[in-house]
Design a protein around this ligand. Structure first.
Ligand code: ROI
Length: 160
């Protein structure tokens, strides 16, 4: 079993509801055990002109291969009505593999640690609820350092 952290985001169709449905779907993944989900956090979109996002992070333990997990997560996204129009467009549900054990993955379809996680407060703060501050990314950076460089700005923590 490896510990996997999954970033979740939505800015359409009742985002908090989308995240709750996604959590339910994560508990049903094959060869996996659901561990925990963070609180939900609201923030403005990094791109102007989109509705605000609700984000959270979930932890699972799994023996799935990374690309099999990616397929399963994309199936959950589609099942919850995601349509891929434009890159970075608004979405009902986005599920990103942030960390997969201590693996460094460089596949055309999947890069882990997730490319953009290092500087995004809506990823790092929910992650910090679930992961130890001593957690170190495959590239050597600790979560503690990343948090210190990423102020808690513009985030609103919601109760689930
Ligand atoms: N902004 C926020 N706050 N949360 C997201 O999940 C998110 N995802 C995106 C872009 C459009 C970059 N902005 C975001 O893809």
């Amino acid at each position: 079993m490896e510990r996997i952290y999954i970033g979740m985001g939505s800015n359409l169709a009742d985002p908090a509801d989308q995240l709750r449905s996604a959590v339910q779907a994560l508990t049903q993944l094959p060869d996996s055990r659901f561990v925990a989900v963070s609180a939900f956090y609201q923030s403005d979109s990094l791109l102007p002109g989109q509705p605000r996002y609700t984000n959270a992070v979930a932890a699972i333990d799994s023996t799935l291969a990374p690309l099999d997990l990616l397929d399963a997560l994309q199936a959950i996204e589609l099942d919850q009505g995601r349509e891929r129009h434009e890159r970075w467009g608004p979405r009902t549900l986005d599920l990103d593999i942030l960390l997969f054990g201590d693996r460094l993955i460089e596949e055309p379809r999947l890069k882990v640690p997730h490319y953009h996680m290092h500087a995004r407060p809506f990823v790092l703060y929910p992650l910090a609820e679930l992961a130890p501050a001593s957690l170190t990314l495959a590239d050597g950076r600790s979560l503690e350092q990343l948090l210190a460089d990423c102020p808690f700005v513009g985030l609103e923590r919601l109760e689930r």
